[in-house]
Design a protein around this ligand. Structure first.
Ligand code: NAP
Length: 281
């Protein structure tokens, strides 16, 4: 019988992380389904996962979780799915240094700290798969999403570099670029918006009113939204194919916008992106 494969997933409380944890468990993976909040860890344990608290914004939490997981596996890990992240809405000029830093602490610095610790394990064992959950917003920008955009662009840069540095090591790097997927993403983004953006004193006060409607909308807010299982299909390929891809596009908007970025001059692409964001708001 072949050995059960192990995977650490971040951000399993809801959405894509939770869905992928379930699907992989069904396929007999040993899933270490981590979550930021202890109450979610308790829930996940009750649902039969080996769950640990892992807050990407805290180095101690990252180190402790990984240590506990490696103790369970005897020091090996087959795969890491860097999924946990959140979106900080707001016009770039309304983002304080603190708010930008906080966005990067979770989406970029914590994610990469965990990844580097896992690479050390994978280098020793001589194999491994690391999959980042990127975004179409790591390929193109949309207004009022600058902090999140920048964090996902940063992930693309780190993943592209790692692919070159890890060539021949047996460790494969992939990035999934979802586009709109049903999850708690907008609900969580709305909380960050309320905490961190001073709408009343912003040049963009009226735009924020449209944005609030979109963030509060129940159900899909964008056309061609897919369920999180669509991301799982790509994750499965990245985990199991002998030739995992560097990039996996998921929804139609990702395929379309990635193509337009390649073929359109910037001025025309910007026109399209302004239109897209007006329709969304
Ligand atoms: N939904 C989309 O349309 C979409 C599109 C493109 C990319 N993505 C990407 O998909 C991934 C999952 O998002 P989702 O759509 O499933 O949204 P979600 O339902 O909001 O899930 C996000 C997960 O990330 C966790 N998280 C946030 N901050 C964290 C931290 N400091 N440490 C550890 N975990 C943290 C959340 O935990 P809490 O519950 O504790 O906050 C939650 O478990 C993200 O990387 C996101 O950028 C989503």
């Amino acid at each position: 019988m072949s050995k059960q494969k192990s995977i650490l997933i971040t951000g399993c409380s809801t959405g894509i992380g939770l869905c992928c944890a379930y699907e992989l468990k069904k396929q007999h993976y040993r899933v270490f389904a981590t979550a930021r909040k202890m109450e979610d860890v308790i829930q996940l344990n009750a649902q039969g996962f080996e769950s640990y608290q892992l807050d990407l914004a805290e180095s101690n939490s990252i180190k402790t979780a990984l240590k506990q997981i490696l103790k369970q596996t005897g020091g090996t890990l087959d795969a890491l799915f860097n999924n946990g992240a959140y979106g900080q809405p707001g016009a770039v000029e309304d983002l304080s240094r603190h708010v930008l830093t906080t966005q990067f602490q979770t989406n970029v610095f914590g994610t990469q700290e965990l990844t580097n610790d896992v690479i050390a394990i994978m280098r020793q064992q001589g194999y491994g798969r690391i999959i980042y959950n990127g975004s179409v917003l790591g390929l193109i920008a949309l207004p009022f999403r600058g902090a999140y955009n920048a964090s996902k662009y940063a992930i693309e840069g780190l993943a592209d570099t790692l692919r070159l540095e890890l060539y021949g090591s047996g460790i494969y790097i992939s990035v999934i670029e979802p586009g709109p997927i049903t999850s708690h993403f907008r609900k969580n983004a709305f909380i960050q918006y309320q905490h961190n953006i001073d709408k009343e004193n912003s040049f963009f006060k009226r735009n924020y009113e449209g944005m609030e409607t979109r963030l509060k909308k129940k159900g899909p807010a964008a056309p061609f939204t897919l369920p999180p299982e669509a991301v799982f299909k790509k994750l499965q390929h990245a985990l199991e194919s002998p030739h995992p891809k560097a990039h996996y596009y998921v929804t139609f908007p990702t395929y379309l916008l990635a193509t337009l970025k390649r073929i359109l001059p910037t001025r025309m692409l910007d026109w399209v992106l302004r239109k897209v964001s007006q329709e969304e708001n």
